[in-house]
Write a protein that binds this ligand. Sequence first.
Ligand code: PEP
Length: 252
Amino acid sequence: MTGRPYIVGNWKMNGTRAMLSEARAIDRAAARHPGVDVGIVPPFTLISAMVEAAQDMAVGGQDCHAKPSGAFTGDVSAPLLADTGAVFTIVGHSERRALHGESNAEVQAKANAALEAGLGVILCVGETEAERDSGQAEAVVGAQLDGSLPTGEDAAARLSVAYEPVWAIGTGRVPSVDDVGAMHRAIRAKLSAVYGEAGAAVRVLYGGSVNAGNAAELLAADEVGGALVGGASLTAESFATIISAAAALAEA
Ligand code: PEP
């Protein structure tokens, strides 16, 4: 485990007010492990209520528009997110890249807009199965970073990168610990090349089918600073186990 762990749950398009009790239980787990930074990313509709319910975890958005305001029906800008009490946002999730056709340039503009609005950023990158099978994984992720890392003086200070192989998301399949470590080392090298010394402080999270059973092993891989968790973040029972695993590794 590298640095202070950051464990983030992405609820995607799940979560009504009925699930706030689950969020409160996750918040209590965060309180039990003060050595771990915990974040939850509910749908936009639940952010305000979750901010009110949360004392020991950060609440974030799943995406933001690159413009601060305007005629963009259905979109949510970074300043609007900040106004709900969100303190960070994901950008460039593979579901946004694939289902909404987001390019690296658009993702970079979103990341810059989020930082400009005072939010932290989790930038997602990751290769498809075909890209891994053809030996292109590191090149693909490197190109995504080149094209979508935020720019600007202090960009690295509020940035995390999530390595999420597309083929591991929601599938129950995970890369080997060696493959996770190799990719995270490559991401770290790129961050240092782009941001210099500041790149060393950027947390690099692993995401893709992390669950209560495999978290400890994945979190122990080289240069892994935390996890971005989808399905297993929807219940406090499984997510709290992942938080505990991170706490145990951080204390070891
Ligand atoms: C995700 O979509 O960010 C994710 C990691 O999902 P899951 O944990 O369900 O694979």
